[in-house]
Structure formats: C-alpha cells, structure tokens
Design a protein around this ligand. Structure first.
Ligand SMILES: [Zn+2]
Length: 202
C-alpha cells in the first residue's frame, strides 16, 4: 500500500511497540503516539521520563507482590499490620482501593492477574505458589479472596480456595455490595467497605 510508505519509520515502530501493551490495539496505539506528538514537546518528554523513572524504580514487593520502590513494601514492613490475615487481590491498584477504605488491617497478596483460559493465562502465570508458601510458613489464620466479581475473578477465587481448603485457615470471599462484573479499582469506598464487611466464609 502506497500511503503506508509516507508514515515515518520511527512513528511506525512506536505504534508497533505501543500496541504490544495489553489492551492496546493498533488504533489506540496510533492515538497514543499521535497525542504525544501533538503535545508541546517538553511536556511529552516529561511524560516519557516519568514512565522511565517508574520502570527503573518500581518492582513487586518480594513478600506480597504489591508494586513498591522498596524491597519490602510499607504494608509488609509495618508493625501495625496483622500478618495472619492475607487479602488476595488481582492487581496492586485493587489493594490500594481497599487501603483507601481504611477498614483492612491485614496484609495483601497480589497474584498479578486472573485465570483466563481465553487469554491463555493459567495458574502458573500468576503469583499463586508464593501465596501457598506464605500460608504454610507464616501462621496465616485467614485468607480473604478479593479477586474481582467477574467470571475470571470467581474462577480464580475458587481455584485458590481449592488449593487451600485442606489447610487450617479460614477462607472468605468478598461479595456483598459489589455488582457482578464490577472492577474493584472502580468501586467507591462505601461499596468496597460493605463488600469487606460482608465477606462470606467459603
Ligand atoms: Zn508487601
């Protein structure tokens, strides 16, 4: 196609790279690239610098998997948190959403996604083995499964439940207050507080 040739090669490369981001198709990748090019150059460079900085400094907490700038995150290293209660979430921002409610005093475990046969995501792709290790090693008394109330989130919760059900640990699932299909990160504080209060033992 002739008109393809007029696209500068660096722009083409950028679009290709951006479309490697999960959730970005070619169309949104093009918009991303062009939006940056349309901005005042200094501002656009600042955005990229911020992203670069984030990539250099942030990594998963070696204990719970929350994104942090430290080796161990501030929640895992806090004396005030109850290490016998672990709240299992899909992503870091789910934990941040729960933190905002101020209702949870335990620690977290980020599994880094959800089981999704359609996307080819299996248990091995998730940070689940480490969760079992934590339960076995650290005298954990309760696990709260706070994966999203979606089909995949439910499947993930029941997978973890099956893995842990023979151990001496209470396993509960947040449910009440969150509409099925909702995403934790987008839930308001009240709804999320209710969901935690009304968690059910499974
Ligand atoms: Zn941590």
């Amino acid at each position: 196609m002739k008109d393809i040739d007029i696209i500068p090669s660096t722009l083409k490369e950028a679009v290709e790279k951006i479309s490697e981001l999960p959730g970005y198709g070619e169309k949104s990748a093009k918009r991303f690239a062009v939006n940056l090019l349309d901005m005042p150059r200094g501002e656009a460079i600042q955005i990229i610098k911020t992203l670069f900085d984030m990539l250099e400094k942030i990594h998963p907490c070696s204990e719970c998997g929350l994104y942090t700038e430290e080796e161990i995150c501030s929640i895992c290293s806090s004396e005030e948190r109850d290490r016998s209660v672990i709240c299992v979430v899909e992503e870091t921002f789910d934990a941040f959403a729960i933190e905002k409610t101020g209702k949870f005093k335990g620690v977290y475990h980020v599994i880094g996604g959800r089981l999704s046969p359609l996307e080819g995501i299996t248990a091995e792709d998730l940070n689940i083995e480490k969760l079992v290790e934590r339960v076995d090693k650290n005298g954990v008394k309760e696990i709260i499964l706070a994966t999203n109330p979606t089909v995949e989130g439910e499947a993930t919760a029941s997978y973890i439940h099956n893995l842990l059900k023979d151990r001496d640990v209470i396993i509960s699932r947040i449910a009440y207050g969150l509409p099925f299909g909702a995403v934790l990160e987008n839930a308001d504080d009240f709804t999320l507080s209710k969901a935690l209060e009304h968690k059910t033992i499974i």
